[in-house]
Design a binder for this molecule. Structure first.
Ligand code: DQA
Length: 176
């Protein structure tokens, strides 16, 4: 290891000085350099039942872009966030995914689909998770049937974004 060193060039801009210091850190300690330069937030998107049909089902509610297309576009957009995606139509698989999220991810964006309005078991899983969860709904659930106005998940989520279709997810990533 090299002794920690900083070389000040009086003509350099503050930005240059910062980069140079980080370069020294790379030489001094891989661990420190990793956490300074490459710190990425790992975000897991978890989508529930029927969200695999996004883009083709009820486009007036959910838009006409598929999730696969959106994720392809999104993964290149964010330099400091690593976004990955899981979808299941099965309640137990969603619970497993939520339970395991804290081991691999820093935050979750969750669209539980219809289970948001019905599943106490999913709400319990969110409640037990010790990383931030943002709840999203593509459609404006409050302009729809009254049974969509209540979500069992919302009290245990950091925030709720709804009605802006896939842009909900972009806003959640920006927030995180
Ligand atoms: C949804 C809204 C739910 O009420 C519905 O059951 C869904 C999708 C949304 O993204 O708008 O499946 O979560």
């Amino acid at each position: 290891a090299y002794p920690s060193q900083t070389i000040r060039n009086p003509d350099a801009s503050p930005d240059f000085f910062f980069e140079f210091s980080l370069f020294n850190l790379v030489e001094d300690s891989d661990n420190i350099a990793y956490s300074c330069i490459f710190e990425t937030m790992r975000i897991r998107i978890i989508n529930g039942p029927n969200l695999n049909l996004t883009g083709s089902r009820e486009p007036h509610h959910y838009g006409n872009k598929s999730f696969e297309k959106w994720i392809q576009e999104t993964q290149h957009k964010y330099a400091n966030q690593e976004v990955s995606y899981f979808q299941s139509n099965h309640e137990g698989l969603l619970i497993d995914e939520i339970q395991n999220a804290a081991q691999q991810y820093d935050a979750v964006i969750l669209n539980a689909g219809g289970y948001a309005h019905s599943s106490i078991a999913l709400a319990d899983a969110v409640r037990a998770l010790n990383i931030p969860v943002i709840e999203v709904h593509l459609s404006n659930v409050f302009s729809r049937e009254s049974y969509r106005h209540h979500s069992f998940l919302t009290p245990y989520c950091q925030g709720l974004i709804y009605g802006l279709r896939l842009t909900d997810y972009n806003l959640a990533i920006h927030y995180l």
